[in-house]
Design a protein around this ligand. Structure first.
Ligand SMILES: *[C@@H]1O[C@H](CO)[C@@H](O)[C@H](O)[C@H]1NC(C)=O
Ligand SMILES: *[C@@H]1O[C@H](CO)[C@@H](O)[C@H](O)[C@H]1NC(C)=O
Ligand SMILES: *[C@@H]1O[C@H](CO)[C@@H](O)[C@H](O)[C@H]1NC(C)=O
Length: 407
């Protein structure tokens, strides 16, 4: 009797196995039970993965099935190894529950000019609990498009697509993903809450135009951790309406460094507050840590900002506040900035400046900077004595001060 029931069980489980593999063939869907995620493989939805055929329909079909899959505890869109050409896509929620997008392959953006004037390549929007991971690469194929961004040389210049946009996305984690050669910014974070980037790599050449690594605006509780960002423009830029931003263990370079702003460009901008940048290295960047505000009558403020334990290696302007920002001119010289910058702490900033003015704090006569704190600054200028320069700055300094503090 016992033997019989064992054989019976065995037969039963074989039957189950067979029916599972049949359902794999039938639906193009598998279940990886150990993580209880239902897997939707783009190849099962017709992705060709030859790097030439447009695979966007397969990606969208897989996304729509995954996103709306009910039952189980989670759903995964899988992009296995291989090279995929994907035209501009929007991955939109809400989904039935948490969703993972696991990219193991290389996904390439189109080089067709008709896509150059769109604002995005890949957009994720209206999502809660999204995970993006897998060690794969998103290749924006920027070199084909960058010449169109140069308005000085090209009268038909275009505002090129941002590689990855997150719009209205919450509780999200982006891990172990490489963004290569975006046409415009690599990542744009807009109206998101609780979003974390960890161990990501951002790669583009020094001379690539407008390729900010990560731009954040109108968002809160954003973390960028243990990542490497080398690009042509700002490493990370923080725009109006950003609150509680933590940046820890990031290596920047080449590029223009960390930037808050530009602020005071548009009416009714929201404040920037609660920014902590710690344990980071800037290597060969144009700026180290910078706050910039337009010389304009528009009001807003930036406060509760801390830069701590930052190593500068041959950075042109390691510490800079610029309230006379006016690229291209056209600002009235009588108007200082009306953006209030206050409660900003620079502590344990050390290394080398590649220009003589290592600390450059230019604030507005109309709205001087308040409570600016320099604590333990050690910046050397290999060509001579480093200097610091202050205009309209109120605050104090403590600890070692090289160059001698101007506050
Ligand atoms: C994200 O969070 C915000 C703030 O809690 C909320 O208003 C919004 O509806 C959420 N969006 C999604 C897509 O969950
Ligand atoms: C993130 O998820 C947690 C748990 O589901 C929830 O309590 C929190 O409100 C979410 N955050 C946002 C901004 O939606
Ligand atoms: C200042 O910002 C930090 C985040 O960097 C936050 O934890 C803290 O609560 C903020 N302090 C105030 C007084 O808002």
């Amino acid at each position: 009797m016992e033997m019989d029931s064992k054989i019976c069980l065995l037969l039963l489980s074989m039957l189950v196995l067979v029916s599972v593999s049949v359902s794999v063939l039938a639906n193009g869907v598998t279940t990886s039970s150990h993580q209880q995620l239902k897997v939707f493989n783009v190849k099962s939805f017709g992705a060709v993965a030859n790097g030439k055929t447009d695979d966007s329909k397969a990606f969208l079909d897989a996304w729509n099935k995954a996103c709306h899959y009910k039952g189980g505890r989670g759903r995964r869109l899988l992009v296995p190894r291989g090279t995929y050409l994907v035209w501009p896509v929007v991955f939109e929620g809400p989904c039935a529950g948490p969703i993972a997008v696991t990219v193991r392959g290389v996904v390439k953006a189109p080089v067709d000019k008709s896509t150059f004037s769109l604002d995005h390549w890949i957009t994720f929007q209206y999502l809660d609990r999204l995970l993006i991971n897998g060690g794969g690469t998103l290749d924006g194929q920027g070199p084909e498009a960058w010449p169109y961004n140069d308005c000085a040389k090209n009268p038909h210049c275009l505002r090129l697509p941002i590689s990855v946009r997150f719009n209205f996305v919450n509780n999200t984690s982006v891990r172990k993903i490489t963004s290569l050669n975006s046409k415009n910014f690599h990542f744009n974070v807009f109206a998101c809450h609780d979003l974390k980037f960890r161990r990501i790599r951002i790669v583009a050449p020094d001379e690539s135009p407008n390729t900010d690594g990560i731009h954040i605006g109108e968002s809160s509780d954003i973390k960028i951790l243990d990542s490497v960002i080398g690009t042509g423009d700002d490493c990370i830029s923080i725009g109006p309406g950003s609150k509680n931003i933590e940046i820890v263990g990031v290596h920047c370079g080449p590029g223009h460094g960390f930037s808050i702003g530009s602020l005071g460009r548009y009416p009714d901008e929201e404040d920037v507050s609660g920014l902590s940048v710690r344990h980071c290295t800037m290597e060969g960047t144009m700026n180290g840590v910078r706050i910039k505000a337009w010389a304009s009558p528009l009001k807003s403020s930036a406060y509760n900002i801390s830069f701590h334990d930052i190593t500068m290696k041959g950075v042109r302007r390691p510490i800079i506040i610029d309230q006379e920002y006016c690229p291209g001119g056209g600002c009235s010289p009588q108007t200082g900035s009306n953006v209030q910058i206050r409660d900003v702490r620079f502590s344990k900033i050390r290394g080398t400046s590649s220009s003589q003015v290592a600390v450059d704090l230019i604030c507005s006569p109309d709205v001087p900077c308040k409570n600016i704190n320099l604590d333990s600054i050690d910046l050397a200028y290999p060509g001579g004595h480093a200097k610091s320069y202050c205009v309209n700055v109120k605050g104090e300094s403590q600890g070692e001060q090289r160059p001698p503090s101007c506050i």
